[in-house]
Design a protein around this ligand. Structure first.
Ligand SMILES: [Zn+2]
Length: 507
């Protein structure tokens, strides 16, 4: 009965979409949901700028909405993190753990794209229910899905894959100046300003063209991601932080202010989105992980070489060049536990711990069939460190190459929700990225697929909210989750591999 009621509410909302008069904010009919994603927006960095008074829209959001932090995935990098926000399941469920997908006899496998996803995305679930969607630049969405609405795919871009759904949309947006979110690679020394200008211009075009499309189409569910904050913090952090070994006091102010300026840009986008959203809409703002400085490198090769005593040949090279994920190959439980202990005990020459926490990916309660594709252990670096490939004979702790990342990810990302029925002024804790799709689904008045995790913090909503609108589920916990062998054929990635080789991401 309840299920039928919720379905009819959903159908009414779909029927009303596009009609001129907006219902009042207290209307019982669920309004549209808009997810605004900022890659790498760090809650603590943001709070610092907010306290300086330069982020008025985020300050207003703190008063009027529920704001706080959200835990990223393990590993805390964009492919698994955004795939989790897209599917409502952990990497165990969607099978995307890194920039690579293990395949066949190839130890590193192939470069990731949307065909690697083992779980349906929320926009596919919504499309199947007749709801309209608009999805723009969410990472790992190329080739795009055929949805009830439109999609502009996010990076990486396999060769010959279409950029948009419907395919005819690509020509229109390219004519307007839209550019793919391709990796430009690190800026060459002395060319950082040009790199910054180019990065900002691409971001501006995505903002102008992407937001216009969403506000014209008014889909039930909108999802747009801006990756500019991540790129700028990776490569230009050193110009903004006097503590950084590569800080240059004589650098142009534009570089010194590049991190602050990109947070101000995000604030401006937030203000624009809030001013244009219908009054019955709920806005969710989310970042996939936080950010902080990378002052020194930790050599993965040294860690692996030091572990040689227990069987060097068994310890395979990690697939990601950056970050602390370790694939151990075919080792027994005792070896795995010993390696975990050693990782946790790593220290710099002065005895200070260089690893914050070691995660074993087996320790999960998530449903799904993608565990075998992931790393065995993920070491979260202590602040200021970044795991790099290194060399077996190098000291564990070393300087970072001038072209390497000078900023690196942190586990906690930013989260906010605002608009009916979210309670104002609430602090959000205990939220994981994988809980966001269930929240969006419920806000849209839809039955939630049982495969979505759904630990939605109750305090985000008024006490009576879940009494009046209980969460209703259907399907099996592993419903529609694929096994790795059931994936569609991969797109052709030759061009992509070449791009990455030239940037130094791929050996
Ligand atoms: Zn990043």
């Amino acid at each position: 009965m309840l299920r039928r009621l919720l379905l009819s509410i959903g159908l009414t909302a779909a029927a009303l979409a596009g009609c001129a008069p907006e219902p009042p904010p207290s209307a019982p009919t669920p309004g549209p949901v808009f997810v605004l994603g900022f890659d790498g927006l760090a809650p603590d960095v943001l709070e610092g700028f907010e306290n300086e008074g330069i982020l008025p829209a985020f300050a207003k959001l703190r008063e009027e909405g529920a704001t706080g932090r959200v835990r990223s995935t393990i590993p805390m990098i964009s492919p698994p993190a955004w795939a989790t926000v897209s599917t409502g399941v952990s990497p165990v469920g969607h099978g995307i753990w890194s920039f690579w997908v293990p395949e066949g006899g190839n130890p590193r496998g192939r470069f990731v794209d949307a065909t690697a996803r083992l779980a349906p995305a929320i926009w596919q679930d919504l499309s199947a229910r007749g709801r309209t969607v608009g999805v723009i630049n969410v990472p790992i969405t190329c080739p795009p899905d055929s949805v009830n609405g439109f999609m502009i795919a996010g990076f990486p871009y396999p060769e010959n894959a279409p950029l948009t759904w419907p395919p005819t949309l690509e020509r229109e947006i390219v004519a307007e100046g839209y550019e793919r979110d391709a990796w430009l690679g690190p800026p060459a020394a002395g060319e950082e300003l040009e790199w910054l200008h180019r990065m900002r211009a691409i971001g501006d075009a995505r903002r102008r063209i992407g937001l216009q499309r969403l506000f014209d189409a008014k889909p039930d569910f909108s999802f747009i991601v801006f990756t500019t904050p991540d790129r700028i913090q990776h490569h230009l952090w050193k110009f903004t932080d006097p503590e950084h070994p590569y800080y240059r006091p004589d650098a142009p102010d534009e570089l010194k202010n590049s991190v602050r300026d990109i947070y101000v840009w995000c604030d401006d986008i937030l203000a624009e989105v809030r001013s244009k959203l219908p009054r019955d809409a709920t806005l969710i703002v989310v970042s996939d992980h936080g950010f902080g400085p990378a002052y020194a490198g930790l050599s993965k090769a040294t860690v692996l070489a030091g572990f040689g005593g227990a069987g060097e040949g068994d310890v395979a090279e990690s697939r990601n060049l950056f970050g602390g994920d370790f694939w151990l190959g075919d080792v027994d439980d005792a070896t795995r536990a010993e390696f975990r202990r050693r990782l946790a005990d790593l220290t710099d020459p002065s005895g200070r711990s260089v690893v914050k926490e070691v995660h074993d990916t087996r320790e999960t309660e998530s449903a799904g069939y993608g565990l075998e594709l992931g790393p065995d252990l993920v070491a979260e670096e202590a602040d200021g460190y970044l795991f790099v490939p290194g060399a077996p004979s190098a000291p564990l702790v070393g300087g970072l190459a001038p072209g390497a990342f000078s900023g690196w990810h942190r586990r906690l990302g930013y989260f906010a929700a605002v608009g009916h029925p979210v309670d104002p002024g609430v602090a959000v804790r205990d939220l994981d990225l994988m809980d966001v799709p269930a929240m969006a689904m419920h806000l849209l008045g839809e039955i939630i697929p049982r495969r979505y995790t759904h630990n939605i913090p109750r305090r985000v909503f008024p006490l009576t909210y879940f009494v009046e609108r209980p969460m209703v589920f259907d399907g099996a916990p592993d419903g529609e989750l694929l096994r790795p062998g059931e994936r569609p054929p991969a797109a052709d990635n030759a061009e992509l591999q070449e791009q990455l080789q030239s940037l130094g991401y791929l050996k």
